[in-house]
Design a protein around this ligand. Structure first.
Ligand code: SAM
Ligand code: SF4
Ligand code: SF4
Length: 353
């Protein structure tokens, strides 16, 4: 099957709730060089077999089929995407796809200083760096690695090589980093990056999650209001998960209230794991295997038919359903550790955040 982009006009696909297929998260590896407590708190993990990982040609081909169905944004993620050797080459290949308006990357930043130039040269549009703390000891405790200085160096390199609209994503956890929200906003100002605070989610892999550790959007606004005074919400018409706010000095920041105020109603995202399983929701238990038909020689139209019918049948609204369980008082861990070991696709680090 040809990996070349087509000149077809995208055929818009809508799911059972009328949500279009617009955005695709491409997980390029399930490996990671950090062990964040909210994502990979366990000692051991089951990794995807290397021979099952999609090649850059395969990723480009599947992305091409998705753009024919309406996808216009991709985000490279993982695991840690910068661990995938030669990532700029994938970006160059994706840039040939004229259906894509935006190619973004989410990274933990550890390897960003080495790669920022090549990523920018390859045509990557946007970079988001995950940054939960500015305190080296805390970083070490949270990630089990002592690499905060490399992350901040990475952020500064990204700004220096010319990435505009840099974003810093912070998972706020009660008793851990909720005393640093102001410091993170101030740090963001200094490097010209917008900070987005994310509510701690009970996704697969978050085996230490509990409701009392979630810092809610309301609590964050209260905390920030005490320091900055008036905080105005921005009126935006967007399917983006972050609600954005403005401080009195004009600084903007975002909050992704995935746990307390799910945005499933407008969710246009799906996810492709590094080994080619296509998931329609962060909380979905099963994904559609696209690697197998691709490697068996299925035509582009056959693969497109699978993706289209999968999306048209989509009923996922995982975060809303989790919230309903909470109302019933039965919200508990999403997946047991034994199940995660049997099927690593259930992990956040396999399907991409
Ligand atoms: N390794 C890269 C990184 O950390 O940026 C990319 C993959 S990571 C899975 C993507 C995003 O998911 C990160 O911003 C991370 O903070 C977020 N994430 C992981 N587990 C989470 C959880 N339990 N709740 C909320 N966000 C989470
Ligand atoms: Fe942390 Fe990202 Fe690695 Fe998960 S995938 S452990 S969030 S760096
Ligand atoms: Fe989309 Fe699922 Fe997240 Fe809801 S929980 S916003 S449907 S990925």
């Amino acid at each position: 099957m040809s990996a070349a982009p087509t000149d077809r006009q995208p055929v818009e696909s809508r799911d059972t709730f009328g949500r279009p297929l617009k955005s695709l998260r491409l997980s390029v590896t399930d490996r990671c060089n950090l062990r964040c407590q909210y994502c990979m708190p366990e000692e051991d993990y089951t990794w995807l077999p290397r021979e099952t990982l999609l090649s850059f040609e395969e990723i480009t081909t599947l992305t091409g089929v998705c753009t024919d169905l309406g996808v216009d944004k991709v985000r490279l993620t993982g695991g840690e995407p910068l661990l995938r050797r030669g990532l700029p080459a994938l970006i160059t290949m994706l840039r040939h796809n004229t259906g894509l308006k935006e190619i973004a990357l989410t990274t933990n930043g550890v390897l960003l200083a080495d790669e920022a130039d090549a990523l920018h040269e390859a045509g990557l549009h946007r970079v988001t760096v995950s940054l939960d703390t500015l305190k080296p000891e805390r970083f070490k405790a949270l990630t089990r690695r002592d690499t905060l200085a490399r992350v901040t160096e990475g952020i500064e390199s990204a700004a220096r090589v010319g990435f505009k609209n840099l974003k810093l994503d912070t998972v706020a956890i009660r008793g851990y980093n909720d005393d640093e929200l102001v410091d993170l906003i101030e740090y963001g100002k200094g490097v010209n990056a917008e900070v987005r605070f994310i509510e701690y989610m009970d996704v697969g892999g978050a085996t230490d999650w509990s409701l009392d550790k979630v810092v809610t959007r309301a609590a964050m606004l209260d905390l920030l209001g005490r320091r900055y005074g008036r905080i105005d919400p921005l009126q935006e018409d967007s399917s983006a998960p972050a609600q954005r706010f403005r401080l009195p000095d004009g600084t903007t920041f975002g909050i992704i209230a995935s746990t307390t105020t799910p945005f499933c109603a407008t969710c246009d995202r799906s996810r492709l794991t590094a080994d080619g399983l296509w998931f329609l929701c962060l909380y979905a238990k099963d994904g559609m295997d696209l690697r197998q038909p691709l490697r068996a020689g299925a035509s582009r139209d056959e693969i497109m038919a699978r993706i289209r019918s999968g999306w048209q049948a989509r009923q996922d609204r995982g975060a809303e359903q989790r919230k309903e369980l909470e109302r019933l008082g039965i919200r508990a861990r999403l997946v047991e550790i034994e199940r995660l070991r049997e099927d690593p696709h259930l992990e956040m680090h396999a399907r991409g955040g």
